[in-house]
Design a protein around this ligand. Structure first.
Ligand code: ADE
Length: 274
């Protein structure tokens, strides 16, 4: 969709994209930069940021900093970095997240806590920091939360389904509470998207997946970025509190994947980090 927007459509917009160093977050950052926004990306991993900076610096004005969204102090430092580099903030994309497939009964408490901590608590820490520091004082701001295709629950990844549904509900609450501050907040729920995020799943988990999607193909990171762009733009000025799916129809029909047997494959890291 980016080409439907005039060149420079995001000129003067200052954005943060968490997890902007790879996958969907990288595509979102690239789209914003192409249209003239200034972007801070953050990730837990410096090497990921180095690679992303090399790719994004020729496109536009981009800054990168290490941040662990699970740690409120680290998120506060992200706020400092944003203030120092951009002097304010107009747009936040809560994209950082991660999970691992496992039958529910095999998820250890540590793995459960890690996924909730990253996807629900981390999203909240960043939202709370950026709202209190930038959006509420300036009575303006736009937030887009990246969640997941949890419309019919999330069989095979109970932890992330619970966390993402929490973020979707939080999106509704904050849309109402913060409308008086001029803040809009929406969520984007991607289905199966061809990106580095899929690397953490064993091949058998995704085997034949395209045939199960009503549109018979997986999505692209650009297709997710296009929806984020629309919601972030003034074209969506009267839309708030929504969760919109970009999933080729998966939420409505067909099996997503087989929930693996307890012993079908070893649950790798249980860290909940991508
Ligand atoms: N991406 C995945 N997990 C993350 C975390 N804890 N902090 C920042 N980005 C992440």
């Amino acid at each position: 969709m980016a080409h439907l927007f005039k060149p420079g459509a995001l000129e003067g917009v200052r954005a943060v994209v968490t997890g902007g160093g790879s996958g969907i977050g990288l595509a979102i950052s690239q789209t914003f930069l192409e249209l003239g926004a200034e972007v801070v990306i953050c990730s837990r991993k410096q090497d990921r940021l180095d690679l992303a900076l090399a790719a994004l610096s020729p496109v536009g004005k981009v800054h990168a900093t290490v941040c662990n969204i699970r740690e409120p102090e680290s998120v506060e430092s992200l706020g400092d970095f944003v203030a120092e580099k951009m002097g304010g903030l107009d747009l936040l994309v809560n994209n950082a997240g991660g999970q691992f497939p496992s039958p529910a009964e095999a998820i250890r408490h540590k793995g459960w806590r890690a996924v909730i901590d990253t996807n629900l608590n981390g999203t909240w820490y960043v939202t709370h920091e950026m709202a209190n520091r930038f959006f509420i004082p300036s009575t303006s701001g736009t937030i887009v939360n990246i969640v997941a295709d949890m419309f019919r629950g999330f069989p095979g990844m109970a932890h992330t389904g619970a966390a993402r549904a929490g973020v979707s509900n939080l999106t509704q609450t904050l849309a109402v509470e913060w409308a008086k501050y001029g803040i809009r907040i929406n969520a984007v729920a991607p289905g199966i998207i061809q990106s580095s995020g899929l690397d953490q799943y064993p091949p058998e988990f995704l085997q034949g997946i395209a045939a199960k999607i009503p549109m018979k193909r997986v999505g692209t990171t650009e297709e997710v970025a296009d929806l984020v762009l629309f919601l972030a733009s003034s074209m969506a000025a009267y839309i708030t509190g929504e969760t919109i799916y970009v999933d080729g129809g998966s939420r409505l029909w067909g099996d997503n994947w087989e929930v693996p047997d307890h012993d079908a494959f070893s649950v790798q890291s249980q860290s909940g980090e991508s």
